[in-house]
Design a protein around this ligand. Sequence first.
Ligand SMILES: Nc1nc2c(c(=O)[nH]1)N[C@H]1C(S)=C(S)[C@@H](COP(=O)(O)OP(=O)(O)OC[C@H]3O[C@@H](n4cnc5c(N)ncnc54)[C@H](O)[C@@H]3O)O[C@H]1N2
Ligand code: MOO
Ligand SMILES: [Mg+2]
Length: 651
Amino acid sequence: MNPAPTCCILTVSDTCFAKLKQDSAGRELEKAVNTALPKFRIAHKEIVPDDRQKIIDQLNKWVGEQCNLILTTGGTGFSPRDVTPEATRAVIEREAPGVTHEMISRSLEITPMGMLSRAVCGIAGKTLIINLPGSETGAVECFSFVQTCIPHAIALITDDLDMVKKDHKKIKKRVRFIDGCEPSSVVVNQVAERPRESPYPMLEVEEAVDLIMKESTVSVETVRLAIEDSLHRVLAEDVLSHDDIPPFDASTKDGYAVRARDGDGPRKIRNVAAAGDAPNLLPLQEGEAVRIGTGAPIPTGANAVVQVEDTTVLKKDAGDEIEISINKKPVNGQDIRRLGSDVSKNTTIFLEGERLKAAHIGVLAAVGKSTVTIYKPASVGVFTTGNELREHYEDLQPGQIRDSNRLALINLLKEYHYDCDDYGIIKDEPNIIKRAIATALTLNDVLITTGGVSMGEFDFIKRVLIEDFNATIHFGRVNMKPGKPTTFATLEYEGAKKIVFGLPGNPVSASVTCLLFVIPLLRHLEGENEWQFPVIPYVVSTHKSSCSDPRPEYVRAIVSYVDGKIVATPNGGQVSSRLNSLVGANGLMLLPGSMIPTKEYLSHIIIIGDIKARLIPAGGHCWNAGSFGGISASGAGDQTGFRAVENTEIN
Ligand SMILES: Nc1nc2c(c(=O)[nH]1)N[C@H]1C(S)=C(S)[C@@H](COP(=O)(O)OP(=O)(O)OC[C@H]3O[C@@H](n4cnc5c(N)ncnc54)[C@H](O)[C@@H]3O)O[C@H]1N2
Ligand code: MOO
Ligand SMILES: [Mg+2]
């Protein structure tokens, strides 16, 4: 096993060295490294004054120790004592201007002061040295801009070819944004001109899903994959077997291969057939038996296997069997798996459109298929928007919050076996949003954004899509809670059709709409046209909500099987910001909006996770939806094998 890569942090500051100030940048950098690069070990942390020679000496010492990464913080500015870049340049053999460029260009998106950085990055021996600014925020921020590339950079520097290969396979494109993008056409600061009513009609969820499926006509590519890499992918071909399984008549028991017509009685043991032996071609004679193991080829002339339990030894010699007795009359074909009986040669084993699970891959291996053609999943990009957002590992200033949507969505996609490219946090600024969209659409077919789709003055997503990308917004509002401002657009970009989901910023809204709109589309684009979540129907028997919201609500619920009943219980408070309501939830229980008359109403629970149950009976059981927010609902479905029972109100 390779030892953990090491990182040293050097704080360059006269005041910290003199203990007049705390080394908060060094401390925060250490935290950021531990979070972003968990495989790295912090080997040393030192503070030196702004003294060229002292910096050089410290850097050289760590380079000599073959430290993998040195992060310096401080001394990169314009003041006369700022000499970290000069000291670094004296130590490195090869400069890495791309790393510096990324830090400066991303800093410029935040503040024009970014242009005052003189940071130098480069390679000395086996060590990558990166100069970071001296301020705690600047240091952590600049580190966050480049951290994704560090493991790969170090694999290259240390010539770790295995790691380089692995990285190439999985490199996540936190891609630099397209340069030379014209400024956005969106005019800001005209808040008084914004519409007081949303111009977008409110669609029902079903209408929205239909539109998504109809308008998402992107071309789907196929690709040939090694079966080892094909788990969870959808077949783009019918698969034929060119082999029989088993490839010979084989015994299903440990016992004796015999001729059935010889009946019961004594048999002379002729020889032994073990699994892996070539079939014995010498025909079995009357009164003979071949001792045989499970999976071994049936010898020529034998047509039955008698399990060892149905025999007794008659004669033995030094522990070997000479003659046995068959105690039960054998039947022709007994305990023999015929050639091709599991899979027969030249037959279709799987149809195009099947999603490959473990058993498929096992069967593919058994018939000797090493590759299959599958539908390539759409390539997806994700970014979040919001001036208030910080990375999860950053400290917050007043008014800021951590970005939870991005990691929740990226991992939700992963749960459904989709990888995506992460474009980070994007400011609520039309030029920056435009650049991020352009970059993502250059590399991805489907873009998911969160935030900025409602009625606020900083909600720019729809406007940038229309004004800068000439996108068609197929819908911009959906009659659902959470998720009302969900936006779906298509556009032509660089000659290809692209799909954009502008999901709402509220964390639950983003995840629920990703589940209800994005996942079914990704399934559809993979050739699974009829894919949908399982649903359990139920009847809402009473509806006495005090809630004034007319929108149908997707209540995050825990569905379980208790005492013979399927029970759905709302998973705590249901405000759109409370992502906890999705933690552990395995159902979205659709409750009618408050305008729905208070009469019996057929609804359903969308199953989004495993149900804790040992057995769900095919019929004869009722289930109840628990009470929530003044709504009491109970019911029984008669659609999926659940017997309808009298509706009772449960409180
Ligand atoms: N006048 C109206 N205001 C709002 C309406 C409306 O119809 N009229 N709709 C509300 C609904 S419903 C939703 S949902 C939100 C959606 O707003 P946006 O999509 O524009 O999102 P933001 O305004 O950017 O953020 C909303 C909320 O979510 C927090 N947020 C945003 N991004 C993240 C993230 N990545 N991680 C964690 N939290 C995030 C953000 O701070 C806000 O609190 O609009 C209502 N308003
Ligand atoms: O629809 Mo919003 O998604 O209620 O919070
Ligand atoms: Mg908003």
